[in-house]
Design a protein. Sequence first.
Length: 301
Amino acid sequence: MNRKIFSKIDKIPRGRATDKVSKVCLVLEGGAFRGLYGEGVLDALMLAGINAECTIGVSAGAMNGMNYVSGQIGRAARVNLTYRHDSRYIGLKAIKNNGGMVGFDFVMNHIEEEIFDEEAFFDPRQKFVAVATNCLTGQSEYFDRDQMGSKIYDAVSASASMPFISKMVEIDGVPYLDGGCSNKIPYRWALDQGYEKIIVVRTRPSSFRRKLKSNHLVTSNVYRSYPEFAEVLARSDKDYNRQCDELTILNSQKRLYVISPSVYMDVSRMEGDLEKLGQLYKMGFNDTARQIKDIMAYIYL
């Protein structure tokens, strides 16, 4: 099958993370294909031997977090930069087979050259949590891999199911959608769990704030059968801006460590320009590599 791929795909690093586990909680923001930045960050962390004892992710952050916990350096980036224009992953076949824009089953089970390492992913030494939004209550729910077993895949699929264009994912009879609808950056969970060292990986520059939209009527109409979810979704941008403001304060207090894009890039959620996505990955990798000494000091001192 002929497909467009990133011109420098062979430059993406390969390898396995070490067995060393660092006492830090990693919090991963989503953002669909803006998650390429986070993939660069995670590869740089793994190459530096930083393997968090806990990883919590939202949407694309949850999908990237799976590859981080499985210790597969470069896998997430290679998949995205190779299969972005494959309809089994993104497009009509994905919609037909998965009920949403992202072919979760394809990316996890049908790429022979990039087999997902389930055994490593389920290693209990590293905790993994995916955030999804309960469409009945509008609240965030936190799915722990060790409690969910194989159902964690459903939780990640739900976490990455964008509203308006995806079907709800049912888990034990309850409908869920994108975790970012209710909690775009789940750092507060990490604080509440008592983690003393927390690294937050953003996919937008720290100064970025969302413009507040006035499409509440559309949201209410589309999700009129789920009023609590519609209410949360309508205020999600406001909640996100509040989170960004609080992160700035917590970062300045050294209560947590934020890694975010050093340069603004105009990258859409469903970006199709592979060269631009490749640049975003490289930025994430290089931004993190430049900060490794500071990150090590934050974790271990």
